[in-house]
Design a protein around this ligand. Structure first.
Ligand code: AMP
Ligand code: GLY
Length: 428
């Protein structure tokens, strides 16, 4: 089997690694720069922007690939799945129309409201930024401000958290295109990812990501600084009932997409806020999370290639998907100054990472030396029988990486988990 992996980050290295572990598959990679981890696993690489759909099709047909797994959202929006499928290449990733669940936040909220899907916060859509500014000025509640289109995870601003009302008004006025304003949700966030074959949905372990740049959840939002999952695949601040409710929100979305004639195939990522009233949907993503993919794919114990076939052929079953009952802690190593002014071109020295596993991200290799680029450099993941063990493995590995880089020490620690549990107890 020949599989094209699109995208060059840590998530895509984890996807390529899971395919390689399945055995018997040849990997072809398309990425914007040469990710050294993916390049090692791939038979051939195309270095091109992942939105260059025509180049992707040319490369894939020339290499006679059977399947493609699309890592990031931008190529989905550019229609890469529609174009590859026209050539008979089955894709793990939704069509452009189905990807609107992520790429168009107004579409997503409209779908939820229109079909009575639970977990939808109160929201308003504005295409006129002056009207949006007036709404903010009159609103007595804190709001989340979300540009409708893709922003690389960095466009959302929360009043009372990132900015005050006056700053919020300036922010929306400066936005181009539409904006969704929605009630600010309070609680603990968690990620539920699932494999979807158009109809069936098979969930993966719960993960908690950390968006803020600095320890203690301070500083600006990033693509994600690290994440953890527990050996029982649940989180202690998410009850069985919360979990079932979150999963049913995802199932409803998949059912409605199918009924509407835009079946959803690929990975569905649900970002939830567990509130006093249960889980509310913060957003859907039409792909794996990064770093969350690294957590779950590191403990995937069934064949990724069979999952790929199941998704594409529409006959995915529960038995295709199984995960080791182990905890994972992933820590991203990022350039100093990330996300605002990342120090690019700095050498990174990877020391003894012990039992951790390493995933390369936005990093390049020249003459056997690794250098930072503009975004997250690489991730280490510790896998253990308990969170403590996984965290210690990840922490030691992260400390062994030298250069003008940094990481969050608090991710996956029991102290942090305890604060999450206490927070949930306070609001319930
Ligand atoms: P997004 O770019 O949609 O992933 O949003 C980035 C982050 O903003 C989320 O991970 C949440 O932490 C936060 N966020 C988004 N929507 C809301 C909301 N309605 N209430 C509170 N926080 C939110
Ligand atoms: N970890 C957040 C995301 O992938 O969007």
């Amino acid at each position: 089997m020949r599989v094209l992996v699109v995208g060059g980050g840590g998530r895509e290295h984890a996807i390529a690694d899971a395919i390689a572990r399945s055995g018997g598959a040849e990997i072809y990679a398309m990425m914007g720069f040469r990710n050294p981890g993916i390049a090692t696993l791939a038979k051939d690489c195309l270095i091109a922007r992942d939105t260059e759909v025509r180049e992707a099709v040319r490369f894939a047909t020339r290499a006679h690939v059977d399947y493609a797994v699309i890592g990031p959202e931008a190529p989905l929006e550019a229609g890469i799945v529609d174009a590859l499928e026209e050539q008979g290449i089955g894709c793990v990733g939704p069509s452009r129309a189905a990807a609107r669940l992520e790429t168009d936040k107004a579409f997503c909220r409209g779908l939820m409201e229109g079909h009575g899907i639970a977990g939808c916060p109160r929201y308003r859509v504005f295409y006129d930024t002056e009207e949006a500014a007036a709404f903010i000025a009159e609103s007595e509640r804190d709001l989340a401000i979300k540009p409708i289109g893709l922003t690389g995870g960095k466009g959302v601003r929360i009043i009372g958290e990132h900015l005050n009302k006056e700053e919020a008004i300036d922010y929306v006025k400066a936005l181009k295109g539409g904006v969704v304003l929605e009630e600010r949700l309070e609680g603990e966030e968690f990620t539920l990812q699932a494999f979807v074959d158009g109809q069936r949905i098979v969930p993966m372990p719960l993960v908690q990501d950390h968006k803020r740049a600095f320890e203690g959840d301070l500083g600006p939002n990033t693509g994600g600084m690290g994440s953890y999952s527990l050996e029982d695949h649940m989180l202690p601040f998410v009850s069985r009932r919360d979990y079932e409710k979150a999963l049913s929100i995802m199932k409803d979305a998949v059912r409605v997409m199918r009924e509407e004639g835009t079946p959803y195939r690929g990975i569905l990522y649900g970002q939830f806020m567990n509130t006093a009233k249960g889980p509310m949907l913060v957003e859907f993503n039409a792909r794996f999370g990064d770093p969350e993919a690294i957590n779950v794919l590191s403990i995937l114990s069934t064949n990724m290639t069979e999952i790929v076939e199941g998704i594409v052929e529409g006959d995915l079953t529960e038995s295709d998907v199984s995960f080791e009952r182990r905890a994972t802690v992933c820590k991203y190593i990022v350039p100093e100054g990330y996300p605002e002014r990342p120090r690019r071109g700095e050498p990174v020295l990877i020391g003894d990472i012990g039992r951790a596993r390493l995933f390369y991200a936005n990093i390049e290799e020249r003459d056997r030396v690794l250098y930072t680029l503009n975004s997250r450099s690489c991730a280490v993941v510790g896998i253990g029988d308990s969170l403590e063990e996984a965290e210690q493995i990840a922490q030691k590995a992260a400390e062994s990486i030298k250069g003008r880089v940094r990481f969050r020490r608090d991710i996956g620690t029991t102290g942090l988990l305890k604060r999450r549990i206490e927070h949930m107890e306070r609001i319930r």
